[in-house]
Design a protein around this ligand. Structure first.
Ligand code: NAD
Length: 268
């Protein structure tokens, strides 16, 4: 099924590390051209490019723009589309800050909404029309369990992720009847992970590691025991495998969904 992805061009925001790089690496194994993106220095870019090239990617390019700046995003997408169509868009960039509503700095609200929600709106509004013109396109929005349920001390993050799930449904409906089974159609879906071990959640892990006098495994077990019944974290590659399947032609009728990968968290 994935041979049909060879040579397709995949743009993944926030893909120099973490889940985004995991997704990029899984796609690279199927010979796609990759547009990597994120905040980072030359060394981080070089190491991400080397990883996906080793995995089998075709053409690889990297861009370092701040998604809080919608004009910069417009410029980036114009530049990308001038170089050829984008077949698959993965909106993945995200940030976190934990504090109660009364303690949450106002600028954290602005930043989290801008990166975790508004940037997904920007890339979709700019790229979906071109996908429609070709009859094939896939948008995967990396939301979170926090797009489906709340947790204390994560106000802006939960608001942004619920926004992503809603925006995913609207975009899916607007493009649902584009193309055919043969062309693959244009679909828009959200993936909603529970805990995935990346630098995004490191501050939350560190609080628990400290509670258990430096025992990392005990700290992680304590964190997961609260909400994730499987008590197992997902890996970035596993999120990539689901994204890859959603990009197959067989998934042409799966659109507007929000798929949990959360060890039963949202089943409770
Ligand atoms: P990460 O911190 O490892 O990666 C985040 C990426 O976003 C980085 O590449 C970073 O450069 C990029 N980014 C951040 N701010 C940016 C900005 N202003 N402009 C451009 N790029 C920016 O985190 P991760 O865990 O890999 O998170 C990826 C996505 O997965 C996020 O949307 C996150 O909310 C979501 N998610 C993560 C978990 C988890 O447990 N790690 C769980 C559910 C959902």
């Amino acid at each position: 099924m994935t041979d049909s992805l060879r040579g397709k061009r995949v743009f993944i925001t926030g893909s120099l590390q973490g889940i985004g790089l995991g997704i990029a690496t899984v796609f690279a194994r199927h010979g796609v051209d990759l547009v990597l993106h994120g905040l980072g220095d030359a060394a981080l870019i070089a190491s991400a490019e080397a990883k996906v090239t080793r995995a089998g990617a075709g053409r690889v390019e990297s861009h370092n723009t701040d998604l809080r700046d919608s004009t910069a995003t417009e410029d980036l997408v114009a530049k990308l589309l001038a170089g050829g169509p984008i077949d698959i868009l993965v909106n993945n960039a995200g940030i976190q800050h934990t504090a109660t509503l009364s303690e949450m700095p106002r600028e954290k609200w602005n930043d989290i909404i801008a990166v975790n929600l508004s940037s997904y709106f920007d890339t979709m509004r700019l790229i979906l029309p071109q996908m429609a013109a070709s009859g094939f396109g896939r948008v995967i929005n990396i939301a979170s369990v926090h797009g489906l349920v709340g947790s204390a001390a994560k106000g802006p993050y939960v608001a942004a992720k619920h926004g992503v799930v809603g925006l995913t449904k609207v975009a899916a409906l607007e493009y649902a009847n584009v193309g055919s089974r043969d062309s693959g159609g244009v679909t828009v879906n959200a993936i909603c992970p529970g805990w995935v071990e990346t630098s995004l959640i490191e501050p939350q892990i560190q609080v628990r590691v400290d509670k258990f006098n430096g025992d990392r495994l005990a700290g992680i077990a304590d964190l997961l025991s609260e909400k994730e019944p499987s008590r197992r974290m997902s890996s970035p590659d596993e999120i990539g495998e689901l994204a890859l399947w959603l990009c197959s032609k067989a998934a042409h009728n799966i659109t507007g969904t929000a798929i949990p990968v959360d060890g039963g968290w949202t089943a409770q």
